[in-house]
Each structure stands twice: as structure tokens, then as C-alpha cells.
Design a protein around this ligand. Structure first.
Ligand code: ATP
Ligand code: MG
Length: 422
């Protein structure tokens, strides 16, 4: 057996306590924001049948072809996959539990997603998304609401330098016509296609358009545009979306090359992009996916949603110098002697009854060394108990930022401590 120190899986990160404080704060802000728009939490398994993602995301996509953690259940041979995204699971759950058709749903979920990509800044193999899905809404009003709510979140977080790109992918017939024109066009330039593009030329030419290969960008830029094929209804939907965004003074750019990496989108697609994270500049992305429910076996249902990449948003906040208080502990209880020890643990519990956050010193040591720990803990006050205090059923309260130490009865302790806490 090797004695090598074991490491986490490449591309899967530990989030240590200092950084986790930022995560907790962020998660709370995001949940408040979601609830303010009436979105309700849904929680799905991290593992789904592989066939769900194949059907929902599309067989000929980067995710399904290259990025999924799929495995065979050793006990029964089922083919399973660690979820690479949440929309497919969310819609599967809504369908399975009859949340569709008779009602509209505003749903959100949060958690890790898994994609076997090349790890780099802003791109990991386990990463986290907040996903937001509105089911049963057909109009551009909900598309606009989702975009506007993102803008509100960026304001809440104080994030600048994030800009909005939108596009429309039209409906099925337009995409079919566009697809045929793309095949003709790329056939004419076969020699410029890379291996992925060649393989996808006939199976999924739209995917060539979101290739990240720099060598193909000018070819892609000159490809036939979907906008020439759009139906009146889809165009009207897109126009109306823009009208609402303008009415709210929300700047946007129409990017006709924005096609998104998953097959399930139709009509509205959008991305929030920053220049500050290099090639990993998309922090939030989504759009309409009216065909998905049918694709996974339900009657047709309209839907629109988006997902934000938590690591990328936190990287932006950290770049902006976002700092959080190191500790939220209010009280550190220092004690020496047997009687004092007994009173100390009682006092700690009493203070917690009063909603205070209390660190009870464990492990003994001199008053001096305990006071050092109290200092390092970031607590606002130290409660000091020696055997003489304990005899009198009293304790000493020492404000850590300076000020006089005072002796109080156990009964008056919580009130005294609270005078030091804002
Ligand atoms: P990209 O083009 O950067 O690969 P994507 O189009 O594959 O992104 P989506 O499937 O739309 O990404 O996921 C929504 C968001 O989740 C992205 O905008 C991004 O912020 C985040 N995200 C996606 N993949 C990763 C990853 N491997 N690591 C960290 N965040 C990710
Ligand atoms: Mg990707």
C-alpha cells in the first residue's frame, strides 16, 4: 500500500472555512433575491439515468459527448450520470410529480454540477450553479422578468462590468431551414473544419457555431444567419422582449452568434458576460426551452430558465476586494479549575439560549494562553471564570477591544454581554 498523501480529485475543490464564509453570505443573498420574485426551492438527486441527459441536452453536444461522468451501477447494471446541469432533472421531476399543465411553476435549485472539462480558473469538474426555471409560461414577459431579475442581483452584489447579450433561436421550422443552409455552407468549407466540426457537420451543425476553436471563428462569423429564417411569431416574441428591457432601461447587445451549448433551447437565449475572467467570461446563461418537456416524454409545455456559475461570480466578488468579517463568534469562555469548568459549560449554554454565539474553551491551559485563543477567535467579549468567581456564582466579562473588565452575576451575564454587541 502506498503512503502517498491522498488528494482531492483534479478539478474538484475543497472550500475551506474562510472562503466558505463568502459562500454562505452569497447563498443567503441569492435565496432572498429568488424568494423576492416568488421562486420556490426544488431539490433533485445528483445522479440521474444517463438517458435523461442524452435526450434533454442532445447526443451531439460537448456535454454529452465529452464531459459527463457516467458509470454503470455495479449492482444492477443501470447506466447513471452525475448531473452536468440541473434543467433536465428539474423538468424530469416536474413531469414525474405532476407539477406541469394545470399550474405554472417558478422553481430554483442549487448545488454541484459535474463536467469532465480541462480544469482552469473559472472552469472546474465539480462546480456550483443556482438554476432558475419558470414552467408553463409562454410569453416574453417571463423571459424579460428573468433577465431583469439577474440585473437586480448584480446590483445587490455590487457587481459591475457584466453585460447582457441576447439572441433568438426561433422555432423548430426556422432551425431546420437554418440547419440545411449551415450544412451546405460548411460543406463548401470542409477543409477549414476541425475534427469536432466535421463529425457534427451532418448530425448537429448548429453546434459548430459555438465552437471555441480560434481557427474557426472567421468561418463561423460568415456562416448563414438564423435571423434570415425567423418566423413572424418568434420575431414578435423577440421584439417584445427587447421592448420590455428598454422600458426598464436595461442595456443589451444582440449577438446573432449566441447559440448556447445545449440543444434544448428555442427562441430567447441570453448570456451575462464579463471581460474580467478571460475565456471563462460567462457568469450566467439561459433561455427558453419549450421543446424539452416533450423531448423527455411529456405533453408539450412552455418553459424558460437560466443558471449562474457560483465560482465565477465569487471570483468577481473576490477580485473586487469583497471582504467579510473573519468570525461571527460573540463570546469566548475562558476558565480554570474544576468548579469553574463546570460553570463555564453551563454559562455557555445559557448564553446560547439568548441567541449568542459562544466558543467554550476546551483543552485546558493557562489563563494567558486561553486569552490568546479568545483574541484570535474574533469574539467581542471574553467571559473569564476562575474558581473564586465560580464559588460566588459570578463571572468576569472582558471586552476584547479594550475597556474595563467587570464582574457580574450569572443571571445578569447575557444582558451585560449584549451591551457590547451591536
Ligand atoms: P462555457 O461556455 O463557459 O463552457 P457553458 O455554456 O458550458 O459555459 P452552461 O451550461 O450554460 O455553461 O452553464 C451555466 C453557467 O455555469 C456558465 O455560464 C458558467 O458560469 C457555469 N459553468 C459552466 N461550466 C462550468 C465549469 N466547468 N466550471 C465552473 N463554472 C461553469
Ligand atoms: Mg461548457
Amino acid at each position: 500500500m502506498s503512503n502517498e498523501t491522498l488528494q482531492a480529485v483534479r478539478g474538484m475543490n475543497d472550500i475551506l472555512p474562510d472562503e466558505a464564509a463568502l459562500w454562505l453570505w452569497f447563498e443567503e443573498v441569492v435565496r432572498d433575491w429568488l424568494h423576492s420574485y416568488g421562486y420556490r426551492n426544488i431539490r433533485m438527486p445528483l445522479v440521474e439515468p444517463t438517458s435523461l441527459f442524452k435526450r434533454a441536452i442532445g447526443e451531439v453536444t460537448d456535454i454529452v459527448e465529452k464531459e459527463m461522468y457516467s458509470f454503470e451501477d455495479a449492482l444492477n447494471g443501470d447506466l447513471l450520470t452525475l448531473r452536468p446541469e440541473g434543467t433536465a432533472s428539474c423538468v424530469r421531476a416536474a413531469l414525474q410529480h405532476n407539477l406541469l399543465y394545470n399550474a405554472t411553476q417558478r422553481l430554483y435549485y442549487y448545488g454541484p454540477m459535474f463536467r469532465h472539462e480541462r480544469p482552469q480558473k473559472g472552469r472546474y469538474r465539480q462546480f456550483h450553479q443556482f438554476g432558475v426555471e419558470a414552467l408553463g409560461f409562454a410569453g416574453p414577459d417571463i423571459d424579460a422578468e428573468q433577465i431583469l431579475m439577474c440585473a437586480r442581483l448584480w446590483r445587490k452584489l455590487g457587481l459591475k462590468d457584466i453585460s447582457l447579450q441576447i439572441n433568438t433561436l426561433g422555432d423548430t421550422a426556422a432551425r431546420q431551414r437554418h440547419r440545411s443552409r449551415l450544412i451546405v455552407y460548411f460543406e463548401q468549407h470542409r477543409e477549414l473544419l476541425d475534427a469536432d466540426a466535421l463529425r457534427r457537420l451532418h448530425s448537429n451543425p448548429l453546434r459548430i457555431l459555438d465552437s471555441k476553436n480560434p481557427a474557426m471563428q472567421s468561418l463561423i462569423a460568415a456562416a448563414p444567419a438564423l435571423s434570415d429564417e425567423l418566423e413572424t411569431e418568434a420575431l414578435r416574441h423577440f421584439e417584445e422582449l427587447q421592448t420590455i428591457l428598454r422600458r426598464h432601461d436595461l442595456p443589451f447587445e444582440i449577438n446573432p452568434r449566441l447559440v448556447r451549448g445545449l440543444d434544448y433551447y428555442n427562441r430567447t437565449v441570453f448570456e451575462w458576460v464579463t471581460q474580467r475572467l478571460g475565456a471563462q467570461g460567462t457568469v450566467c446563461a439561459g433561455g427558453r426551452y419549450d421543446g424539452l418537456v416533450e423531448q423527455i416524454g411529456g405533453k408539450p409545455a412552455t418553459a424558460t430558465g437560466f443558471a449562474m456559475g457560483v465560482e465565477r461570480l465569487l471570483a468577481l466578488l473576490q477580485e473586487d476586494g469583497m471582504a467579510l468579517p473573519k468570525s461571527q463568534v460573540n463570546v469566548y469562555v475562558v476558565h480554570q479549575g474544576e468548579l469553574a469548568g463546570r460553570l463555564a459549560s453551563q454559562v455557555a449554554e445559557l448564553l446560547r439560549d439568548d441567541q449568542l454565539r459562544v466558543l467554550l474553551h476546551c483543552g485546558g491551559g493557562s489563563f494567558k494562553s486561553q486569552m490568546k485563543k479568545a483574541d484570535a477567535s474574533g469574539a467581542t467579549v471574553a467571559v473569564v471564570i476562575g474558581d473564586d468567581e465560580a464559588q460566588a456564582h459570578e463571572v468576569s466579562v472582558k471586552p476584547m477591544q479594550g475597556g474595563v473588565q467587570q464582574r457580574v452575576s450569572v443571571q445578569n451575564l447575557a444582558a451585560t454581554v449584549k451591551t457590547f454587541i451591536k
